[in-house]
Design a protein around this ligand. Structure first.
Ligand code: HEC
Ligand code: HEC
Ligand code: HEC
Length: 431
């Protein structure tokens, strides 16, 4: 409760400070004239726009499951309530059919709709603002040539003051840096292309970076790990602390197929990202991989082989019903081991074929700072990414108490990271 008051308190102080600026500026957010006829677009521009929309996972947020493409209505949970995505098909009444390029570009860079209303940063325009003019035109060409769908946006479920859009000006003044992407002279052209895509349309940092109490990405801690829709997202690149250091091929496999032989699966909120990259332009995905690999700490082949072998050595015996031969420190771990035997060891054991799951010791989930992703994986199961269709894990029905026991065992057995302290009655920290 204290944090809730504090958030509201800070929010009010900041918004008061910015009231002056806001009064002056609110009137400058003018409506952009509606267009009557849709412009003509070159087919190459539409095609490139489609590829860029994959990099941006636009449909992850703008298409509801089994719904019509880009018609909106996806509810995005935030600490301040639920925000619904809008219809971005070219329907003139309920979509963006009357939006000129100027209006589209302004929405993507400055978070204003055609009529001049502030948009919530759940729409990641703080990243999209780095997109080049040319790429923005291709995106516009793609969206203006989609099938129009008549569907009005759902009303957001936010509490005051967050429900009051003009307050967003305060947020933007503080956190929206209208900056383009600057290439790094130490990186190759391909690596820079990857860096550009990741930090603009790819909005990787939206999930992989920590946020402050106003829900804004802490730019100094970009890519140092964050949370997304109730999942922990690991640190990437320079800050990655994966045991097996990611290499270019690992990234490419993971980003295309949602699975890496040395790291495992892209579960939770990462699945839709890889599902989009699966259909994206290969050169773009390789560029992102090359960029991440250039940043990631290096490891010798020998160290890598040694660490993979050590992780494999922790796998349970392949024959069913046989437990791993080890001395257990206490009753709790023993009870967790017994649960692992019953509920997990059927699938998580020594690999004799690469259709089996990777060694648990290699996964981020088991080595993460919190048990959040393990909790999610067990509770919700794993809906496999499109590139790895057979890697499905069904949800497992465990009581909270059982979860804490099995999690304690998994952590103790498969990881040398410190024990998870928050296990008793763990039911998820960030919903
Ligand atoms: C993380 C979720 C998310 C992603 C990814 C996303 N959007 Fe959105 N978008 C939203 C939400 C939520 C809104 C509505 C914000 C509001 O109502 O204030 C929105 C609004 C918009 C709007 C303004 C529409 C209007 O009627 O006001 C446009 C244009 C738009 N998005 C385009 C895109 C494009 C193009 C992409 C891909 C490059 C994209 N979005 C990706 C969540 C997302
Ligand atoms: C909507 C949130 C979200 C977005 C956007 C996102 N990620 Fe992720 N990412 C996650 C989550 C959550 C995980 C952890 C998945 C798991 O453990 O199964 C993850 C895991 C990863 C991993 C595995 C890292 C490791 O050490 O295990 C890589 C690599 C990765 N993401 C790259 C990217 C790249 C590149 C982008 C941008 C193109 C991106 N992600 C965008 C949420 C996101
Ligand atoms: C029916 C088979 C099956 C059972 C039973 C099962 N899993 Fe899984 N599990 C999988 C598959 C498949 C994956 C995907 C990873 C891969 O293929 O490399 C997976 C992945 C995982 C991951 C990695 C998740 C990530 O995001 O990296 C963890 C951790 C995990 N399982 C824990 C458990 C635990 C704990 C149990 C028992 C409570 C369990 N699993 C039971 C099949 C199973």
């Amino acid at each position: 409760m204290i944090t809730a008051y504090r958030i509201v308190g800070y929010f009010l102080i900041v918004t008061t400070l910015f009231t002056g600026v806001f009064v002056a500026l609110i009137f400058s957010n003018t409506e952009i004239e509606p267009i009557q006829t849709t412009p003509k677009f070159a087919p190459e521009s539409i095609e490139r726009g489609e590829m860029l929309a994959k990099i941006g996972s636009c449909s992850a947020c703008h298409t509801v499951e089994n719904g019509l493409d880009f018609a909106g209505g996806v509810g995005l949970p935030t600490p301040f309530g639920v925000i619904f995505s809008t219809n971005i098909t070219p329907d003139p009444e309920t979509g963006i059919g009357t939006w000129s390029f100027q209006a589209f570009d302004r929405a993507m860079r400055r978070g204003l709709d055609r009529e001049g209303r502030h948009l919530y940063p759940a729409f990641p325009y703080d990243f999209f603002s780095k997109t080049t003019e040319l790429d923005m035109q291709d995106l516009y060409a793609y969206f203006m040539t989609r099938k129009p769908v008549k569907k009005t946006a759902e009303k957001n479920d936010l509490v005051f003051p967050f429900s009051y859009r003009p307050f967003l000006l305060g947020w933007k003044t503080l956190f929206l840096k209208d900056q383009l992407f600057y290439p790094d002279p130490n990186l190759s052209e391909t690596e820079n292309h990857g860096a550009y895509l990741a930090s603009s349309l790819g909005h990787c940092g939206a999930c992989h970076s920590p946020r402050n109490i106003f829900g804004a990405v802490i730019s100094k801690k970009s890519l140092q790990g964050g949370t997304a829709e109730g999942w922990d997202a690991p640190a990437l690149g320079t800050f990655s602390n994966a045991k097996i250091k990611w290499r270019e091929d690992d990234y490419a496999n993971y980003l295309f197929d949602g699975w890496s032989e040395q790291h495992g699966i892209a579960a939770g909120s990462m699945t839709p990202v890889t599902d989009h990259l699966y259909d994206a332009d290969e050169d773009d995905v390789y560029a992102i991989s090359a960029w991440l690999a250039a940043l990631t700490p290096k490891q010798s082949d020998l160290d890598r082989e040694f660490l993979i072998a050590s992780a494999n050595a922790l796998d349970w015996p392949n024959s069913s019903g046989i437990v791993f031969d080890e001395e257990l420190p206490n009753k709790k771990i023993e009870a967790g081991r017994d649960l692992f035997l019953q509920k997990c060891s059927k699938c998580h054991k020594q690999r004799v074929s690469n259709t089996q799951p990777v060694s648990l010791a290699l996964t981020f989930t088991v080595n993460a700072e919190t048990p959040q992703n393990l909790y999610n994986v067990i509770k919700k199961g794993i809906q496999p990414p499109v590139g790895s269709m057979n890697r499905k894990m069904e949800p497992i029905d465990l009581k909270e108490e059982e979860f804490s026991l099995v999690a304690a065992y998994v952590r103790w057995h498969f990881s040398d990271e410190k024990e998870w302290k928050e296990l008793s009655n763990f039911s998820g920290q960030h919903k």
